[in-house]
Design a protein around this ligand. Structure first.
Ligand SMILES: [Zn+2]
Length: 555
């Protein structure tokens, strides 16, 4: 083996014989092999191994490498193991331009010229996967960005679903005031794009082809809107679309460019080039590494001295990794060269059939084992948004400001809201908005290090397909989370003490009636101030919205 590895060539194959009854030998053999291969290559094993009990120790060992492994092993007695050697992919590095950027050198105060704005919305991105000690994504650009920006680590979304939240961001009003839901995205609620345009900005956008975005972008010149296929992500051509937009479109300064990325969405699969454990522990976290790699390219193309960049999300997510699903069975790679060479083609259909039967037999066992292996907090990874709960996983999102007008970097712990985003942009970029008709406020004082009194965030679940309105509504402060049934204040009541129970495990609804009373009056005050805009929803419009939601993976 040593001799073989000396002459190692990328993409070559190595066949070894292992006595699977002696697990220690297997592990020893692999650990020796790993030491020798080191940075030179990665090991690929056949995914068949996932189903073989004899391979459990073997597989756990392999997983501990934090590399991309697949089992490529097939023989009559499972003693012959074929290993495919692939060169290790070079990981992306951070942007040099971002590295040399210093927010303290911003001179926008002296500059009469209006700065450009990029508003980047990464759909479905929860806070603790972007910032904090528990994340596992490989993100050299985001790590650097957090050191050079103003970052809010307690930003709360107005809802746990896209349309209600986006409507809230663009109007600085809560969903109960805009009336914007999945079914009614044509609400007459006033969006800020017209204000931005009227203050001399050229409006640009790259967003997925949803009826909703087509509606909100009515103030945009159509030639400045890239309406992209909803099934496509950065690595299926969207990054090129954005590059072309920034470099080839003759963007007339000052411009405002809205970019909406769908790459984090749970229904999207991850490109093969980012599927390695090196990029993150779960598929969800690996998707952030993919976005990070693109961000590196973006920073090389923009001038932060004269561009304000805002990064945020519309809602978070209960991030169930597919591989955690009890019925998960890896997809067989029928076209693998190894298979072609070593397995008679007639075996494949029989093998697949056998696997299907095995999956059926094993699923209840795995389901039980899976549920027992998760604690109360982890079990929420299996939850779905749009139901009768509103945990922080789905409503706590990143909010970051960097570039023109942001003259320092800091992490801000104060609670802020979706509705505060546009008043802040308006304040920095000096475009007028009607302060009386909004629920939000400018965060510029907080950005500049001043303290502000906290304003509670009103939160709600976005309705799922079978209902016209979301199930629950509530209040989020830095100390408490309260939510209850939208139609009946006595139903589905939850109250969590976030200071002592940040994971929201212990429901205090029955023991703290005084806090419930306080939260209820905050909620009612907001609902009273925000009369619902009534608008007719035609069946045709409803059907179109339903189609969109189904395409996004909701059921
Ligand atoms: Zn969304």
């Amino acid at each position: 083996m040593h001799d073989f590895l000396k002459d190692f060539k990328p993409n070559s194959k190595l066949v070894i014989f292992i006595n699977l009854n002696k697990k220690f030998d297997t592990l020893y053999c692999l650990s020796e092999l790993d030491k020798l291969l080191n940075e030179k290559c990665i090991l690929m094993f056949d995914q068949f191994g996932n189903l073989q009990h004899e391979f459990i120790a073997f597989h756990n060992y392999v997983k501990s490498f934090r590399r991309d492994f697949q089992f490529l092993c097939q023989s009559e007695n499972w003693r012959k193991c074929t290993i495919e050697l692939h060169p290790r992919k070079k990981l992306h590095t951070n942007s040099k331009k971002l590295e040399s950027y210093n927010p303290n050198n911003q001179k926008i105060g002296n500059n009469k010229k209006k700065a450009n704005v990029i508003f980047l919305l990464i759909d479905d991105l929860r806070l603790d996967k972007f910032y904090g000690k528990n994340r596992t994504s490989y993100t050299p650009n985001i790590d650097l960005l957090l050191k050079k920006s103003v970052f809010f680590n307690s930003a709360i979304s107005s809802a746990d679903g896209t349309f209600a939240s986006m409507g809230s961001i663009f109007t600085s009003q809560y969903p109960s005031a805009t009336g914007i839901t999945w079914a009614n995205n044509h609400s007459k609620a006033r969006k800020f794009f017209e204000n931005i345009r009227l203050s001399g900005y050229e409006l640009h956008s790259t967003f997925p082809d949803y009826d909703f975005f087509r509606t909100i972008s009515k103030s945009f010149e159509q030639e400045n809107c890239d309406i992209v296929d909803i099934k496509k992500g950065l690595f299926d051509g969207i990054s090129e679309t954005i590059n072309q937009h920034l470099n080839l479109k003759k963007m007339k300064s000052p411009w405002f460019y809205y970019i909406h990325l769908m790459d984090m969405h749970l229904q999207r699969s991850i490109p093969k080039s980012f599927s390695s454990n090196i990029y993150g522990k779960t598929a969800y976290e690996r998707k952030l590494a993919l976005i990070d790699s693109w961000l590196g390219d973006l920073f090389e193309q923009i001038d932060l001295e004269n561009t304000l960049l805002i990064i945020t999300s519309d809602h978070g997510e209960y991030t169930l990794d597919n591989k955690m699903k009890p019925d998960f069975v890896p997809i067989l790679q029928q076209n693998s060269l190894i298979r072609k060479n070593e397995i008679p083609s007639s075996f494949l259909p029989a093998g697949l059939f056998l696997l299907k039967i095995m999956r059926k037999i094993l699923t209840p066992y795995r389901q039980n084992k899976f549920e027992k292996s998760l604690d109360e907090y982890e079990i929420r990874t299996t939850y779905k948004r749009g139901k009768n709960y509103l945990f922080d996983e789905a409503i706590r999102i990143p909010l970051l400001f960097i570039g023109a007008g942001i003259e320092q970097s800091r992490i801000i712990n104060d609670l802020v809201r979706h509705v505060d985003i546009f008043p802040t942009i308006a304040h920095i970029m000096k475009f007028p908005i009607n302060q009386n008709s909004i629920d939000g406020r400018s965060l510029v004082d907080l950005i500049n290090g001043k303290s502000e009194n906290e304003v509670p965030a009103i939160i709600e679940s976005m309705p799922v397909l079978s209902k016209p309105k979301g199930d629950v509504i509530g209040v989020r402060t830095s100390k408490y989370k309260y939510f209850r049934s939208r139609s009946n204040p006595k139903l589905d009541v939850s109250l969590f003490d976030l200071e002592n129970d940040p994971k929201e495990i212990k429901n205090l609804a029955s023991v703290k009636p005084e806090i419930i009373h306080e939260m209820e009056s905050i909620l009612n005050e907001n609902l009273k101030n925000a009369p619902l805009i009534k608008e007719e929803i035609t069946d045709q419009r409803k059907a179109k919205a339903l189609k969109t939601l189904k395409e996004m993976g909701y059921d």
